[in-house]
Design a protein around this ligand. Structure first.
Ligand code: XMP
Length: 192
């Protein structure tokens, strides 16, 4: 278990994304819609870094990778459709893995009346992403490892960590049942 992206690296990476978004959306009505729950901390830090007017909302998405569907196919159910008519929409997610979730939400969002629909993610695993799909912007590319922290969870744990940590899944599974203990142990072993 090791820190992959430090708190400081996250801060500078998100500031870089904010500068690019400012340049792209200058003078335009922008709404950021973040997918719950993983991208909440990312959203909070990004909007506080932005120096252009921005509205934001969140979206709870249920994605089903059912056995009956083609591998990687995702059926997305969106609760409340965000009010983005006549505004530019930026969909924000914590991590882009295969891209199935963001691609499906992006397709749905095309019907919401926004002036444009783009995507930005904190982390992108390009080695895992289906061919032909990529986010419009991202903070960091990472290799194909399981990561937690800064909103990302394993069994609802570790979201509170202020940095991105690579998690050894076999060790985490062995630690199940004492997950809170495991979180504080992890917190004391990474440099917060
Ligand atoms: P897709 O394949 O649709 O998946 O791009 C995106 C979702 O997969 C989860 N995911 C992870 N969650 N650590 C996590 O905590 C990871 O390394 C990881 N890789 C994928 C996550 O829910 C994301 O929204």
């Amino acid at each position: 278990m090791r820190t992959l992206i430090s708190t400081e690296e996250l801060r500078t990476g998100i500031a870089g994304l904010a500068r690019r978004l400012e340049a792209h959306y200058q003078g335009q009505p922008l709404t950021i819609v973040a997918l719950l729950n993983g991208s909440l901390l990312f959203l909070a830090d990004l909007v506080r870094e932005l120096r252009i007017p921005v509205e934001y909302d969140t979206l709870r998405v249920s994605a089903y990778r059912g056995e009956a569907t083609t591998a990687g196919e995702v059926r997305v159910e969106v609760g409340q459709v965000p009010a983005v008519r006549g505004r530019h929409l930026l969909l924000l997610d914590d991590i882009l893995d295969t891209g199935a979730t963001l691609q499906a939400v992006g397709q749905l969002a095309l019907g919401w009346g926004a002036l444009s629909v783009r995507t930005a993610v904190l982390l992108w695993k390009p080695d895992r992403t289906r061919a032909g799909f990529r986010p419009d912007d991202y903070v960091r590319q990472i290799p194909d490892v399981f990561v937690v922290g800064y909103g990302l969870d394993y069994n609802l744990q570790y979201r509170q960590l202020p940095q991105i940590v690579e998690l050894d899944l076999s060790a985490a599974e062995a630690g199940q049942g004492r997950s809170e203990e495991h979180t504080s142990e992890l917190q004391s072993r990474v440099d917060i």
